[in-house]
Ligand binder design. Structure first.
Ligand SMILES: NC(=O)c1ccc[n+]([C@@H]2O[C@H](COP(=O)([O-])OP(=O)(O)OC[C@H]3O[C@@H](n4cnc5c(N)ncnc54)[C@H](OP(=O)(O)O)[C@@H]3O)[C@@H](O)[C@H]2O)c1
Length: 238
């Protein structure tokens, strides 16, 4: 049976680069997201370059009812899943609506997607979730975004604990990557290329890694930050 990568949030440049890697290896692709026009352009490019089947499924993550049947249709294929979509609203601009939007996008939809995927009977499951180093310690600037990533990580850790040898979940804790999310942000000392990030995620999942930090040096940085007593952490302007 052939395999298909379902890429959720496929207009992210990291997701697009990941889709190219999967397509190069001969996987079929299903691109999921809300910007249909952009997704169709990406799908046409992937299909043309790599001669693979690539379709598009519309999904707005803020909707209560997600098109789960269309996203996870699996009549003639087994599915692997990359979850990329995210809302990055910072604490300073949170309002009632913004909180609802962030919780639906980052938590509600992600839990629904993972749960639906995990209950499909397949020989193998491969799931990659793009998290953030912001999940490891609350930061004044964006602790609600960080909390949403941490919530999914905890849920996934439980699935990892119960997983069989043929079920692989990789949590990718990303530092700064050169994408739309970080465009124009001041004070970033290094932004990693999205293509290298996609490659690291691909390899981590193929090698059955449970947790990836990318760029890799963020593991050390977050190790140190995690150990700081709160009275010191509080004074840091990061
Ligand atoms: N870039 C970084 O430095 C960095 C650091 C840590 C973690 N990450 C994580 O990496 C992932 C990819 O982010 P990125 O940097 O590539 O930024 P991005 O280009 O802004 O990607 C965000 C993706 O989420 C989608 N999305 C947002 N709201 C949605 C909704 N309501 N329904 C459906 N799709 C929605 C966007 O679709 P549209 O095109 O329609 O907006 C886009 O595909 C995210 O999970 C992010 O948290 C990135």
């Amino acid at each position: 049976m052939n395999r298909t990568w379902v890429v959720v949030g496929a207009t992210s440049i990291i997701a697009e680069q990941f889709a190219h890697l999967a397509a190069k290896k001969g996987y079929a692709l299903r691109l999921v997201g809300r910007n249909i026009h952009q997704l169709k352009l990406i799908a046409a490019d992937l299909a043309l370059r790599h001669h693979i089947s690539c379709c598009v499924v519309p999904m707005d993550a803020t909707q209560i009812t997600l098109p789960l049947e269309a996203i996870f249709a699996h009549d003639d294929t087994e599915l692997d899943v990359l979850i990329t979509h995210s809302d990055f609203t910072e604490n300073a601009t949170l309002s009632h609506d913004a909180i609802t939007h962030l919780v639906h996008t980052n938590i509600h939809s992600t839990l629904q997607l993972i749960q639906a995927y995990w209950s499909i009977p397949q020989k193998e499951h491969h799931l990659i979730y793009l998290s953030s180093v912001a999940s490891t310690r609350g930061r004044a600037k964006n602790s609600m975004y960080g909390a949403s990533k941490a919530a999914i990580e905890v849920y996934l850790e439980g699935l990892q604990q119960a997983a069989t040898d043929s079920q692989h979940i990789t949590i990718a804790r990303l530092g700064f990557i050169d994408t739309r999310q970080t465009y124009g942000m001041p004070g970033i000392f290094y932004k990693a290329p999205p293509k290298a990030c996609a490659k690291a995620c691909w390899h981590a999942n193929q090698y059955k890694k449970r947790l990836l930090y990318y760029p890799y040096f963020w593991r050390m940085i977050m190790g140190v930050i995690g150990l700081l007593p709160f009275f010191i952490y509080r004074r840091m302007k990061i």
